[in-house]
Design a protein around this ligand. Structure first.
Ligand code: UDP
Ligand code: MG
Length: 315
């Protein structure tokens, strides 16, 4: 039986692009249906992330005119990640698999063919990975590479050069729904699901109209969200620094004692300087221990699933 595909597209102030995007995606769905590769119940689901321009009015219009277009309007601007999750959770109960993309179609829509192939081979998650970053500025390229390296150092498993263009099967969406955390960083979360997955490479183009909604400040906030949502290593670092200072305080104590024995002490300096370093070290170490517990509480409150069953062989 042919499967129902939902294209989930978050939109924030995308008035300049949404009609052209609909034209291109409609053509793609028409083609896939004509080739008998997806069901006629397949849809485009636009999620309006509290846009301030005419985006929602256009979605309503397209919904009337175009048999594929569905829309979900969020009450407030909650950011790309939340808008995308909202769309995926709505699609979860109606589709066999979803493909998420940006409204500006910077991600080549030809990638959908590759996604469907991998899905038919049994993959639950297929990551769209950029071939190159030629269309990005030098600065964006460098910060992006730095970010991936930093995340890898912190032990967070993210797919290199993959943004949020991916296929997720219904089962993978059900698994994603088990992650209850409020601070969303889907790029880190989806690999945690761990079901059979693969990658498909594609070219990333320039935005064909409108402006990027990710200025530097938002990008940095997003990166920080990624670090703090997935790693308690920064907390652990406090304890490590505490131990380091503790060791330094001993070295200073020995140097000060040698100075005293050699007979050239400054009055009171030995005790004063050693105790300053010693106390600093103890304080940081104690803070680090508190951090360890805060880290544990943090992991508990996220309420992530302990395990996810992928396949069950029943008799
Ligand atoms: N977006 C959103 N809410 C926001 C910001 C962005 O839904 O608060 C959507 C936006 O409409 C687009 C996608 O997220 O579909 C990616 O944004 P953009 O293309 O501006 O980011 P860039 O490609 O420049 O990183
Ligand atoms: Mg874009």
């Amino acid at each position: 039986m042919k499967k129902t595909l939902y294209l989930v597209i978050p939109c924030y102030n995308e008035e300049p692009v949404i009609e052209e995007t609909t034209r291109r995606l409609t053509k793609k769905l028409d083609q896939l249906i004509a080739e008998d590769r997806i069901a006629t119940t397949s849809r485009i689901l636009y999620v309006d992330d509290g846009s301030k321009d005419r985006t929602w009015i256009l979605i309503e219009y397209l919904h009337k005119e175009n048999p594929y277009v569905c829309g979900l309007k969020l009450a407030h601007n909650k950011g790309h990640q939340n808008a995308l999750l909202a769309g995926l959770m709505y699609a979860k109960n109606i589709c066999d698999y979803s493909v998420s993309m940006d409204a500006d179609l910077q991600d080549d829509i030809g990638v959908i063919d590759g996604f469907i192939e991998k899905y038919n081979e049994g993959c639950h998650i297929v990551y769209g990975v950029r071939n190159s970053r030629e269309t990005d500025t030098k600065f964006k390229k460098m910060t992006a590479i730095g970010f991936y390296k930093f995340m890898a150092k912190l032990g967070v498993d993210i797919v290199y050069n993959h943004a949020d263009c991916r296929l997720m099967s219904n089962q993978a969406l059900e698994a994603l729904a088990e992650y209850k955390e409020i601070n969303l960083f889907l790029r880190g979360l989806v690999p945690l699901i761990g079901y059979k997955n693969d990658t498909v490479y594609y070219d990333r183009n320039e935005r064909f109209a409108g402006e990027s909604k990710y200025p530097l400040s938002k990008m940095l906030k997003f990166a920080w969200e990624g670090v703090t949502s997935f790693s308690v290593k920064p907390l652990r670092m406090i304890a490590s620094i505490g131990i380091l200072i503790f060791i330094i305080s001993f070295i200073i104590l020995i140097v000060a004692l040698i100075n005293k024995i050699l007979g050239n002490p400054v009055a009171g300096w030995t005790g004063l300087i050693s105790s300053i370093w010693l106390l600093g070290g103890i304080q940081l170490f104690a803070l680090g221990i508190c951090g360890e517990y805060i880290g544990k509480i943090y992991n508990e409150v996220k309420g992530r699933p302990r395990y996810l069953g992928e396949t069950f062989l029943k008799k």
